[in-house]
Design a protein around this ligand. Structure first.
Ligand SMILES: Cc1ncc(COP(=O)(O)O)c(C=O)c1O
Length: 481
């Protein structure tokens, strides 16, 4: 954030978001606030005005400023099943729902990527233009399989700023993060072996493992992540040969693993010599700045392999992802050659140019704070419009909200109606191979909050309410017979 007033406002947003400041809590009077932070009265006033415009605080005449009432959210329910294996196949449904999202989603509530309004489109365009000439010359060849050295150097620097000891030689550029994970899974595990994932889990990983003929073990997570003791027991039993995790702003729950958990994961991988693949696609989108880096930053022995991309914080269309590993890059390069040789040179050069222009950190700071506010708005809107008993996640990063409907409601029943109105979302059962989460759904807020978005959420809530009423009416008829 560029201005002091925005930094101060952001601190208050974070306190509201983390429940340190609750609905109805008073804020310090302007003069006191200015004094506390050693800023002018004008700056203090600007901060409060900004928070008012975001709908986060209200001014009460002759009384002062208060945190605005947000509807109360019940915490997500605790996961019951312990690490279960696959017995249901959602891959056709996942495919249909993805296609629907591309064709019918006029609102964007199912999106897994940023809208134009939140992307640095102009800066990326400038980078594409600046590098077009160079790309034209170099595009006469396939380029280096490992990826353009300029790009690898820029990414290595980024990773070092997140406490990872990496240099350009430890990186392999891939076509997005999903290709990165696929390459690593195929290299470090064998057909028929068990790969564990955290559930609910991004559907792309589920289908990737399914097509790779790996058995899938689902490790349940609550809003803070997996039960680390349970995970340690699974490591000790060698219940899987590979574990895939995300440690930051996970899709769909939005939790960040603690410093302690990441340290423990690195230690477990080393102790049991079991590989962990860290999918850090959302790693740059944690709202809070006390970043401790990815789990990869905690390892010193090569058992964590890092995969990421710029698909979530910049653009998915350039398809720039990468793998970091201090021991597997040569072998992974051989696999990559046999698959698609290399990645697009113009896109790599343009991405390197953008990263070197140094506007990326400022973009991320702005994006994180925008997303945090958008997510709070979406959360409040869901709780206002969905049936009583609906629970929502409180993400610590990213742009998703996980919604748990009252048990009797099926997300697919809502979906079948809402898709007719051009409103799509991701139904919960696409996030698991075990058939659970059919009363859950994931909503995204990847564009600037607007009355269109609010209205679409309201419509979803109405459909859910009508379905609940129908159920109650049917129950009454059955009981009276
Ligand atoms: C957790 C996770 N990993 C990987 C991907 C795919 O990333 P990419 O588009 O870079 O392949 C996604 C996309 O939604 C994701 O949510």
């Amino acid at each position: 954030m560029a201005f002091k007033y925005q930094q101060l406002a952001q601190q208050i947003v974070t306190e509201i978001h983390s429940d340190k400041l609750k609905a109805g809590d008073p804020l310090p009077a302007l003069r006191k606030f200015a004094h506390q932070h050693q800023v002018s009265l004008t700056t203090a006033n600007q901060a409060y005005e900004w928070l008012q415009r975001q709908g986060l605080i209200v001014a009460k005449a002759q009384s002062g400023f208060y945190v605005k009432g947000q509807p109360n959210s019940l915490p997500l329910s605790a996961p019951t099943p312990k690490s279960i294996s696959i017995h249901h196949d959602p891959s056709d449904v996942i495919f249909d729902i993805m296609q629907n999202a591309l064709t019918y989603d006029r609102i964007g509530l199912s999106n897994g990527f940023l809208d134009e309004s939140l992307r640095p489109s102009l800066a990326l365009q400038r980078s594409l233009k600046r590098t077009a000439k160079l790309a034209n010359i170099t595009a006469n060849s396939y380029g280096h399989t490992q990826g353009e050295v300029k790009l690898r150097t820029a990414i290595a620097e980024l990773m070092r700023s997140r406490f990872c000891l990496v240099d350009a030689d430890d990186l392999l550029i891939t076509n997005g993060c999903l290709e990165a994970v696929n390459l690593v899974v195929e290299h470090i595990s064998q057909v028929g072996e068990t790969v564990a994932i955290l559930t609910p889990c991004y559907s792309g990983l589920l289908t990737a493992l399914q097509y790779a003929n790996r058995k899938i073990m689902e490790i349940p997570c609550d809003s803070q992540g997996p039960d680390m003791q349970h995970l340690a027991e699974l490591f000790a039993r060698r219940a899987f040969t590979t574990l895939i995790i995300s440690a930051t702003a996970t899709n769909p729950l939005g939790f960040n693993l603690s410093h302690q958990d990441k340290k423990q994961l690195a230690a477990l991988a080393k102790q049991h010599q079991i590989y962990i693949i860290e999918d850090d696609t959302f790693g740059s989108l944690a709202y809070h700045t006390q970043e401790t880096g990815p789990a990869y930053a905690y390892q010193h022995d090569g058992f964590i392999i890092y995969c990421s991309s710029f698909s979530k914080d910049l653009t998915p269309g350039m398809r720039i992802g990468w793998i970091a590993s201090d021991r597997l890059i040569p072998a992974l390069m051989r696999r990559k050659v046999s698959m698609n040789i290399t990645c697009s040179i113009p896109c790599q050069l343009a991405m390197a140019d953008y990263l070197l222009s140094e506007s990326y950190p400022a973009h991320l700071r702005k994006l994180r704070s925008t997303l945090q506010i958008q997510v709070m708005k979406l959360q409040a809107c869901i709780l206002e419009n969905f049936p009583t008993g609906t629970r929502v996640s409180t993400p610590q990063g990213g742009f998703f909200i996980w919604v748990e409907l009252p048990d009797s409601l099926l997300a697919m029943d809502i979906y079948r109606q809402s898709v007719q109105q051009g409103i799509c979302f991701m139904p919960g059962h696409t996030f698991s191979m075990s058939g659970q989460y059919d009363h859950c759904l994931r909503l995204s807020v990847t564009k600037t909050w607007s009355h269109h978005l609010a209205h679409a959420v309201e419509q979803l809530g109405q459909i859910a309410e009508q379905l609940m009423q129908k159920q109650t009416a049917c129950k009454t008829i059955v009981e009276s017979n």
